[in-house]
Design a protein around this ligand. Sequence first.
Ligand SMILES: Cc1ncc(COP(=O)(O)O)c(C=O)c1O
Length: 384
Amino acid sequence: MLQTSWIELSSAALHQNIQYLKKRIGPDCTFASVIKGNAYGHGIEQFVPMAETNGVSNFAVYDAFEAHRALQVKRDSTHLIIMGMVDDDQLDWVIENDIAFFVFTMERLEAAIKMAKRLKKKARIHLELETGMNRTGFDEDELDIVISSIRQNRRQLFIEGVCTHYAGAESIANYHRIQQQHLQFDKMHKALKKAGIVPCYYHSASSASALTYPHTIMDMVRFGIAQYGMWPSMETKMNNLLSEEAKFTKDPLKLVLSWKSRVMSIKTVNKGNFVNYGTSFLTTKNMKLATIPVGYFHGYSRSLSNSGQVLINGRKADVVGTINMNMFMVNVTAIPNIKIGNEVVLIGKQGDFKITVASFAELTKMVNYELLARLPYLIPRIVV
Ligand SMILES: Cc1ncc(COP(=O)(O)O)c(C=O)c1O
C-alpha cells in the first residue's frame, strides 16, 4: 500500500443504519442520503454504490464538484440534488444531467430560467425557504415575486421540492427556534400551494430533526450523520433512548467507518528521558514505545498530543508526546507480543474496545462532522 493508513467502510453497518432510519421515517417518505464533505469523509465514490445497494436512490451533495464525482459512480436511475453552490457556468451541465438544485435567491432563479430556455429543458429545482436559520432561503416578503416568476416560466421549471433547514435540532436549547421554523415553513408552503405551486417533495428534516421531532419528517428526509452510524449529539441519542417509539437497549446505529494503520517502529526508552519533540512527555519508568506513521497531515489532530488513544492487539495504547506532521508515538509497555506491522486502530473496534468518533471528537474539541470531513481525500477507502 502506498499510503500509511486506510479507512474501512462496513457494508453491514450501513445496511443496519439505513434499515433502521427507513423504519423511523416510514415507507411513504423518501430517504435522501447527504454525501457532502466527501460523504462526511467516507468517500463519495465508495459510499454511493454502497448506499445504492441498500435501496437509496437520492443523494444530496453540496456543489457541482461533488455532483460531478457522484455522477461518475451512480446508477442511471439514481437522482442527485445540489443543496449549496452552483456557479452560473455550471448551470448548463447541471440541467442537462437532470440534477436538481436548491434555489434560494432571485438571481439563481432567473439564471435557472434563462439557462432552461436556452437548453429547451426544464430545470429541476427545490425552492429553499428562509424560516429562521437566517442562512440561505427566500424570505416571506419575496414569495410574491418568486410566485410570479414561476408562473411566467412554468415551461422552464420543474418544482421538485420546497424545503428548509433547521438551525440545530440536536440541542434542546434550540427547541423554540425549531418549532417557530416549522410553523413558518407551514405558513410559507401554504402560500405557495395557494398560488398553485405544489412540489413532489416537501422536506425540512436532517438526522436530528427527523429523530427528535417526527412532525418535521414530511415527504423526504435528508439524512447525513445518522446514516454513517453516529447520533447528531448525545442529547439526540438520550432523547431516543428514552422515547416510546424508538426504545432500544442496543444502539441501532453502527459506525460505518474505521481508520487503521500499522506499527512502523518500536523502541525502548529508559526512565527519565523526554520523548519526541520538546519536553511535553518525560518517561517515569523504562517504557516501550511504538511509532505510528500518521500525523496531523493525515487528519490526526495535534490536539491529541499526550491525550489520544489507539488500539493495538486488542489493547488500548495512550499517545505520548506531540503529534507530528506524519507520525506519533504510543505507549505499548503493557501490550505483549507487540511487533512492527501490527494493525493499529485509530477509529473503530478491535477486540473488546472501541475508539468512537465521538470520543475522538471530544478530545480534539471538534464535532463529529468536522473530524470526519477533514479526513484527507487521499487516504484509501476500502469497503468491507
Ligand atoms: C441543508 C442540509 N440538509 C441536511 C443536512 C444533514 O444533516 P445531518 O448530518 O445532521 O443529518 C445538512 C448538514 O449539515 C444540511 O446542511
